[in-house]
Design a protein. Structure first.
Length: 177
């Protein structure tokens, strides 16, 4: 997939269903980190774009980095967002900014592992089980267009659910997620 945007669809759907038990910001951070290697390889003109970062072992290591850096950085970013929203008298735009370590770990692991899994269907150079195996049994199992549609639909459904939850909380609830 052309970097992160399509990967965010399933993350949005997961966030819509799990609420505070999942961090979409850390999930998104994981998507960016995992695609740094293909970006660098692309800039160097390498024939193989998806290397170690697109293996489950690489995903595990990147999840550790993502959770460790993402928890404080994403928490700071969300608190800054809330401060800006309050300053603009737009408290309706405030979000839950406390990310527990459990949520950080779950979001990072789901982010990196789902990225490898989805890319395994599409890219000839993904070897998800390296160094145990060079094989990729998922390659071309489905047409690439199906993967794009799945990610897009998951994102749309997730956004609709998030919007409905937002409206429900603001109209009938106490305004807290």
């Amino acid at each position: 997939m052309p970097f992160t945007p399509f990967h965010m669809g399933p993350g949005t759907a997961i966030k819509a269903v799990t609420g505070r038990h999942f961090s979409l910001t850390i999930f998104g951070f994981a998507q960016v980190l995992i695609d740094i290697e293909p970006l660098v390889r692309m800039l160097h003109g390498d024939a193989v774009l998806h290397g170690f970062s697109h293996t489950y072992l690489g995903a595990l290591l990147l999840a550790i980095i993502t959770a460790g850096i993402g928890k404080p950085c994403c928490g700071w970013m969300l608190r800054s967002w809330n401060a800006s929203a309050r300053q603009a008298r737009s408290t309706w735009a405030c979000v839950h900014a406390d990310i527990s370590w459990r949520v950080a770990w779950v979001s990072a692991l789901v982010g990196t592992f789902s990225h490898v899994w989805l890319d395994s269907f599409m890219h000839y150079d993904v070897r998800p089980w390296f160094p145990l195996s060079e094989a990729n049994g998922l390659l071309a199992l489905f047409p690439s267009s199906w993967i794009y549609v799945f990610c897009l639909m998951a994102g749309v459904i997730g956004l609709v659910i998030l919007l409905l939850k937002f409206l429900w909380l603001r109209v009938l609830g106490d305004g807290e997620d």
